[in-house]
Write a protein that binds this ligand. Structure first.
Ligand SMILES: Cc1cc2nc3c(=O)[nH]c(=O)nc-3n(C[C@H](O)[C@H](O)[C@H](O)COP(=O)(O)O)c2cc1C
Length: 163
């Protein structure tokens, strides 16, 4: 799958099969994440990959709209050191995870972490030191159901030269 096709066909999946994912596939997805652009190339991110079923169940209960975290066999937690651009950096890395995941025939869904009341609790649950911010929670698995959300047409969002 080329990059354009991956970008145009990725969808957020919340219904996963429980089929395990080979470790080398996850490593390659995280390798794509750590190659994302970052402000001043500071690369302030750390990625915690959770596969333990009990820990995933706890994460699913802790975050607000993330019940599917308990079903997908892998959950990636994206943390960034609290710098001026940590949010942009963490979001760039998260998007790389979503696209790499889809390109590998897997599925994922960005679950909110940044600024959420449960962010610090999750940070402590996985032993990440204070001074790091949870940016996103990304369950990964094989899709059981791929939704088709409405998308605003290009003609309504593209403005040439002026709004
Ligand atoms: C910053 C951000 C936070 C999100 N948080 C959640 C979430 O907590 N739970 C969830 O199920 N989906 C979450 N999503 C996924 C969106 O609901 C999804 O991207 C949107 O409905 C569009 O669907 P698509 O990703 O298939 O294009 C989040 C997406 C973004 C970018």
């Amino acid at each position: 799958m080329d990059a354009i096709q991956a970008l145009k066909t990725r969808r957020s999946v919340r219904d996963f099969k429980t089929t395990p994912i080979p470790k080398n596939v996850i490593e390659d997805i995280i390798d794509c994440a750590r190659l994302a652009p970052s402000a001043m190339n500071q690369q302030v991110w750390h990625f915690v990959v959770v596969t333990d079923a009990e820990m995933r169940r706890r994460l699913a209960h802790t975050c607000e709209h993330g019940a599917h975290v308990g079903v997908a066999p892998v959950c990636v937690l994206v943390f960034c050191k609290d710098t001026n651009y940590y949010l942009e950096d963490g979001c760039a890395a998260t998007e790389n995870i979503l696209i790499a995941t889809h390109a590998k025939g897997l599925a994922s869904c960005w679950v909110a972490g940044e600024g959420k009341p449960y962010a610090n609790q999750i940070r402590e649950m996985v032993g990440v030191p204070a001074g790091n911010k949870l940016v996103s929670i990304v369950p990964i698995g094989y899709a059981a159901l791929v939704p088709t959300p409405d998308k605003t047409p290009l003609s309504q969002v593209l403005h040439w030269e002026r709004y």
